[in-house]
Design a protein around this ligand. Structure first.
Ligand SMILES: NC(=O)c1ccc[n+]([C@@H]2O[C@H](COP(=O)([O-])OP(=O)(O)OC[C@H]3O[C@@H](n4cnc5c(N)ncnc54)[C@H](OP(=O)(O)O)[C@@H]3O)[C@@H](O)[C@H]2O)c1
Length: 230
């Protein structure tokens, strides 16, 4: 039986490049995103029964539960969970940040990550093995102006990863927070509209590094930054 990975947000950027990489390595891959046209395009492009994709908003707990149930029914296990999907939100000061937008960014980036961990962890603990990679950011270790809820949410992802890692350290489940650094993606372009994207690595380059990190045993490391691997 092939190994199974869940990669959230697999229709664009790092998530999409990762879906392609893990499929090419022979894994069964489950992914989700909100845009159904993008999901259909991904399905048509890869055209393989080894991909299970579904429209799921990761901020919707019920939808996440249903999605993970479907994956476990089909493939019986999850070996690796990559919590990749996130939203940037506006590059706005805290003073001007709207409460509604704040809640939305936290709901997706923090709660969505937590929901996937919650739903996948029992089967990993039962198997006594598994890898959880929560994609973080440099914005999650140093606060700077106009990074608003995105920065706060990535600090929370770092915290969630540390707490979880300390709880499961002897269980065979490994937990990482992973900072992919700047990449040529839509998210980066909306954060820095005037920069030349070409100065940054492609998401494919980072997806290769992420694959190596997740599949090679590195028990001593809790927070991984891509800079150590480039
Ligand atoms: N790009 C960078 O330079 C950079 C730097 C540091 C960290 N990161 C982190 O790296 C990860 C990937 O970033 P990226 O640049 O590849 O992002 P991206 O190009 O914006 O792609 C994000 C993906 O997540 C999906 N997504 C967003 N919200 C979702 C939701 N609520 N439910 C389900 N899917 C959702 C998107 O599809 P839909 O919109 O259709 O839902 C899309 O497939 C993120 O965690 C990001 O914070 C990125």
């Amino acid at each position: 039986m092939a190994d199974v990975v869940i990669i959230t947000g697999g229709t664009k950027g790092l998530g999409r490049a990762s879906v392609q990489k893990w499929l090419a390595e022979g894994w069964s891959v489950a992914t989700c995103a909100r845009d159904e046209v993008d999901i259909a395009k991904l399905e048509a492009e890869v055209n393989t029964p080894n991909l299970l994709s579904q429209v799921v908003d990761i901020a919707d707990e019920v939808a996440v539960r249903g999605f993970v149930k479907r994956i476990l029914e089909r493939w019986k296990k999850v070996d690796v969970l990559i919590n990749n999907a996130s939203i940037l939100g506006p590059r706005e000061t805290i003073e001007n940040y709207s409460e509604e937008t704040w809640r939305k960014v936290m709901d997706v980036n923090v709660n969505g990550t937590f929901y996937f961990v919650k739903k996948v962890l029992p089967s990993m603990l039962e198997q006594k093995q598994g890898v959880i990679v929560n994609v973080s950011s440099g914005a999650g270790v140093k606060g700077s102006k106009r990074w608003g809820a995105y920065a706060a949410s990535k600090f929370a992802v770092e915290g969630l990863s540390q707490v979880l890692r300390s709880e499961v350290i002897d269980s065979g489940v490994r937990v990482y927070a992973f900072d992919p650094g700047a990449m040529q993606t839509e998210m980066r372009a909306s954060a820095y509209p005037s920069e030349d994207p070409k100065q940054h690595p492609t998401p494919e380059t980072i997806a290769n590094i992420l694959f190596d990190i997740a599949t090679v045993y590195e028990p001593q490391l809790g927070r991984l930054t891509v800079k150590e691997y480039l």
